[in-house]
Design a protein around this ligand. Structure first.
Ligand code: DX5
Ligand code: ZN
Length: 216
C-alpha cells in the first residue's frame, strides 16, 4: 500500500485559504493535517474551530486534526462538529488517555495519540490496541519548518514491532521535517503516513511535491 500523505495546513498562505484548499482537493493528498495550538501546551497559537469550520466546508479530504493543547478532552464534540475524521491528542496532555480515546470513538471519529520527541513509544504498550493512529513527532511541536530529529527512525521501528506483536491496527504517522529524503527513510523504517507542511506549501509546485511524496 502506498504511503498516506497529509499536508499540514499550518504552512499554507492564510490570505489565500480558498486556493490552498482547492490545491489540496486537486492533489494526491489523502488527508489534510490540521494543527491546533493553544499557547500553553506549545509555545505558539495557530487557529481554532471557526477557521476549521470554514476549512471543512471547502475541503474534500478527511481532516486529520492534531491538537497541541492541554485538556483536549474538553473539545471532542467541537472537533467532531467541525468535521474531524481523525482526532489526535498528545500523550503528554492526557492524564486519562484511555478515557479520551473512548470519548473520541463514541463521538464517531478515529482516535490518534501523539508522542513528543522525548516520549518513549514503550509508554503506548497498554493502549496500542485501542488507538487507530500514533503520531510520532519528529520535531518539537509548535512550529513548521524545523529540522528533522533522526532518532525518530528507531522509534518507528520499535512502534512497528509493538503494533505487530499486540495485533494492533494503528497507523504510524510522522510529523515534522518531512521531505523526500527524510520521507524515504521513514517509509523504509515502517511509517504508514507522513505529514508535510513547509515542504509542500513552500514548494514551487505543491501538487507535484505531494505526488512525489506519494510515490515514496
Ligand atoms: C508542528 C506541527 C506540524 C508542522 C510540520 O508542531 O505539528 O504538523 O506543520 O511542519 P513541517 O512539515 O514544516 O516540519
Ligand atoms: Zn501536526
Amino acid at each position: 500500500m502506498s504511503v498516506i500523505i497529509s499536508p499540514s495546513l499550518l504552512s499554507a498562505d492564510f490570505g489565500n485559504l480558498n486556493s490552498e484548499i482547492d490545491m489540496i482537493n486537486a492533489s494526491a493528498a489523502d488527508w489534510l493535517h490540521i494543527d491546533v495550538m493553544d499557547g500553553v501546551f506549545v509555545p505558539n497559537i495557530s487557529f481554532g474551530f471557526p477557521v476549521l469550520e470554514f476549512v471543512n466546508r471547502r475541503c474534500e479530504k478527511p481532516l486529520d486534526v492534531h491538537l497541541m493543547i492541554v485538556e483536549p478532552q474538553k473539545f471532542v464534540p467541537e472537533v467532531k462538529r467541525v468535521g474531524g475524521a481523525i482526532m489526535t491528542v498528545h500523550y503528554e496532555a492526557c492524564t486519562h488517555l484511555h478515557r479520551v480515546v473512548q470519548q473520541i470513538h463514541t463521538a464517531g471519529m478515529q482516535a490518534g495519540v501523539s508522542l513528543n520527541p522525548h516520549t518513549p513509544v514503550s509508554l503506548l504498550e497498554d493502549i496500542i490496541e485501542d488507538v487507530d493512529l500514533v503520531l510520532l513527532m519528529s520535531v518539537n511541536p509548535g512550529f513548521g519548518g524545523q529540522k528533522f530529529i533522526p532518532r525518530i527512525l528507531d522509534k518507528v521501528r520499535d512502534l512497528k514491532e509493538m503494533i505487530a506483536r499486540r495485533n494492533s491496527h494503528a497507523v504510524i504517522e510522522i510529523d515534522g521535517g518531512v521531505n523526500l529524503d527524510t520521507g524515504r527513510q521513514l517509509v523504509e523504517a515502517g511509517a504508514d503516513a507522513l505529514v508535510a507542511g513547509s515542504f509542500v506549501f513552500h514548494s514551487d509546485n505543491p501538487i507535484d511535491t505531494i505526488a512525489r511524496l506519494k510515490k515514496l
